[in-house]
Each structure stands twice: as C-alpha cells, then as structure tokens.
Design a protein around this ligand. Structure first.
Ligand SMILES: Cc1cc2nc3c(=O)[nH]c(=O)nc-3n(C[C@H](O)[C@H](O)[C@H](O)COP(=O)(O)OP(=O)(O)OC[C@H]3O[C@@H](n4cnc5c(N)ncnc54)[C@H](O)[C@@H]3O)c2cc1C
Length: 363
C-alpha cells in the first residue's frame, strides 16, 4: 500500500483549505469525503470575519469572494448594540456576508488546481496508527471496505467526527439551545439592513440574504421545545419572526426548512500522535457570532504550514504541538463568547435583561 504524506478527512471549508494549502506547498495530499461531489446551496455560515479574509487574501482568494459577497461595516444587535468595524486595522474593515457554499466553491477550485487527490463517496470508518503512519479504514460508493495509508491524518470531518472517535478522543460539552428553526424563504418586503437580528427574551430571529432571491431565517422561541426531526411549518417561522422582529416581511415559498439543537463541545486534545483534528471536529458552539467556519479556516491555516514543514523534513515533529497550544485556547474562547451571546439573547428574567442592557451600554 502506498503511503500519502497527509490524508485529510472531510471536504468542508476546513478540510478544503488545509488540503489546498498542503498541495500548494508541494505536499501530496488525499482528501476523503463521504458525500458525492456537489456543493449544496443549503448554506450554514453566512459571515466571513476580517482575519479570515486576510488568510484568504494571502491565498489570492479574497478579491473574488469580495466580488460575490456584501461587506457590512457595522453590526447592529438587539436594538442597542452597534459594532463599528470600519475602525479595524485591516485591509478588510467589515464582515463579508456571503453563503458558505461560495467559500467552499473557491476553496475547492484552488485545491483541485493545486493537485489535491479528491476521493468523494468515500467514508472513513476507523483508523489505527503505529510509529510510521496511520492506516485509515474506508468504505467506498460500492460499499466495499478498503484502506488508505498516510503519514499523518487530519480529521476535518465535522461535529460527528469519525476520526476523533477512532483516535479515542471524547467530545465533552452540552446542548445550549434546542429547537432552533431554519428556513430559506422569499420575502415580499426587503429588510432595511443586510443582516437583521433581534432578541426579546422569549424569541429571537436572524435574517440573512443568500443573494439569489432567498433569505435564511434562523429563529427560536422559548415555548417551543420540539425534537430535531419535528416538521417546521412556515406559520411557525412567521410567528416567531414577528415576535422577535415585529414583522415577518411577508415570507413565502420556503424551499427548505430544518430544526436543530446547538451544542458547545471541545475535544481535550487536537493531536493524538499522527492524528490531528481541525474545525468542527475539534470544537462546536452556537452559530451566534458567526464564528464556526471562521475558526475552522483559521485552524487549517495554522496547521497547514506546520504539517508541510514536518513532512518535508524541514521542522521537527514537535512543531505540531504548537498547533494545539495556539488553537485550543482560541476554540475555548470562541465557545465562551458565542455561548455568552446565546445566553444573553435568551435572557428572560429581569436581572439578565438588565445585564444585557448594561453590557450593551458598556460595549
Ligand atoms: C445555522 C448555522 C449557521 C452558521 N453560521 C455561521 C457563520 O455565519 N459563520 C461561521 O463562521 N460559521 C457558521 N456556522 C458554523 C459553520 O457552518 C461550521 O462551523 C463549518 O461548516 C465547519 O466546517 P468544517 O469543515 O470544520 O466541518 P463541516 O462543514 O461539517 O464539514 C465536514 C465534512 O466532513 C464530511 N465527513 C463527515 N464524516 C465523514 C467521514 N466519516 N468520512 C468522510 N467524510 C466525512 C462531511 O460530509 C462534510 O463534508 C453556522 C452553523 C449553523 C448550523
């Protein structure tokens, strides 16, 4: 069996950036993805932050994304909080609003052009490591088991990471919010702002444009605790949106709806020998603050050059330990800050409402 220097598992944004960086540095890399080859228009993330844009700029990808997305220099939250991003000391003094699939398309194109060996419809089912490398058990489209061999393996395979499980790492944490409703709808009345968000204590709602005539609605109501697979009706979305935003913008024609719960979890280690974790495989948190994809992309940017240096013999393996040292605290901080936003948005009792008002005033 031939050994590839690096096997990356998962072709989400984290895996695509990591694999693209390695290939661009001349390191042979295999990218294993269980999905068929298609990028869905059902997006999760909507926001790229300035630091991520800088990372993408270093890879000559930012200008094309800036041409597709819409910059937002001021964030208005909860009717009281306003963040002026134009004071940032960056070429990018804004967040860029664009669907996650646009980022994935750009990263996938770059990875393919750099020579990444893509293996779609290939699911990782387990792995074992020894002193020289890692043997990865996979199942292809025909359902037959096979194996791949890599000197290093990176699990960028999302929240339910098979790599994390196979490496024996727990994923401690808890669910912070249940029954969050997602709907992709058309709006009869266009919102005044690019991103619209508000929370009343009993309900919150967020609206963001896809740029193709549809808006994503993310909303939640304290009184509704449904299972993730409970059907979502447009009337429910309208009602919660009215409670949180005062109106429902005449939403109609839902092309997709879903319900999910949001967890806060982090792996205690991002590296076990020759196996590393990045992105949602290493940490998950609430979507509040729009940090998940951004944090994963920055994990990938931190890890890729280190792996390239180590596998080409230009740096000792100990360099990989700096990945954990640098990125684990960032993941923990993002868990705290996004969790804080959710708890404040959900605050229903008078003292928490007062705290929110005080915080908003201080900020
Ligand atoms: C409603 C919502 C809104 C969000 N908004 C934002 C936002 O505005 N900004 C932001 O930064 N983040 C946001 N996020 C979070 C963001 O979407 C995720 O953090 C991001 O997708 C993580 O990327 P990833 O590449 O690490 O993992 P994923 O995108 O989950 O990709 C993992 C990949 O691994 C593949 N895979 C899984 N298991 C296997 C296996 N065994 N074998 C092979 N392949 C496998 C999967 O098919 C998938 O393609 C949001 C999330 C949600 C739910």
């Amino acid at each position: 069996m031939t050994t590839t220097p690096v096997i990356v598992v998962g072709a989400g944004p984290t895996g695509l950036l990591l694999a693209g960086d390695l290939a661009a540095a001349g390191v042979p890399v295999t990218l294993v993805e269980k999905r068929p080859h298609r990028i869905s228009n059902l997006s999760r993330a909507f926001v790229l932050h300035a630091r991520t844009l800088e990372q993408l700029d270093a890879r000559a990808l930012a200008d094309a994304l800036e041409a597709v997305g819409r910059p937002l220099g001021r964030l208005d939250l909860f009717g009281r909080l306003s963040l002026d991003l134009t004071a940032l000391r960056s070429r990018f003094r804004h967040v860029l609003v664009l669907p996650q699939y646009e980022v994935e398309k750009a990263l996938e194109r770059r990875a393919a052009e750099s020579g990444v060996d893509f293996r779609y419809e290939t699911e990782v089912t387990g792995l074992s490591q020894d002193t020289d490398g890692v043997t990865v058990a996979v199942r292809g489209a025909d359902g037959r088991p096979a194996s791949l061999r890599g000197t290093y393996v990176v699990g960028a395979d999302g929240m339910r990471s098979a790599v994390r499980r196979a490496a024996g790492l727990p994923f401690p944490g808890r669910s912070v919010i249940r029954s969050v409703v997602l709907a992709d709808v058309r709006l009869a009345e266009q919102p005044e702002k690019l991103l619209t968000v508000n929370a009343t204590g009993d309900a919150f709602a967020f609206l963001a444009p896809f740029g193709d005539g549809y808006h994503r609605v993310i909303c939640w109501h304290r009184g509704r605790e449904e299972a993730d697979d409970a059907p979502v009706g447009l009337d429910e979305v309208r009602e919660i949106t009215r409670l949180a935003l005062g109106r429902d913008y005449g939403m109609h024609d839902a092309r997709w709806t879903s319900r999910f719960h949001s967890d806060e979890r982090q792996a205690p280690a991002y590296r076990v020998g020759r196996v590393l974790l990045a992105g949602d495989a290493a940490h998950v948190h609430s979507p509040a603050g729009g940090q998940g994809m951004n944090t994963g992309l920055q994990d990938a940017a931190n890890l890729s050059w280190k792996l390239a240096q180590v596998v080409t013999g230009h740096a000792p393996e100990a360099l990989l330990d700096t990945y954990q040292a640098e990125r684990h605290p960032v993941g923990r901080a993002v868990l705290r800050s996004s969790g804080g936003i959710v708890r404040l948005a959900m605050a229903g009792r008078p003292w928490t409402l007062a705290l929110r008002a005080a915080l908003v005033t201080v900020l």
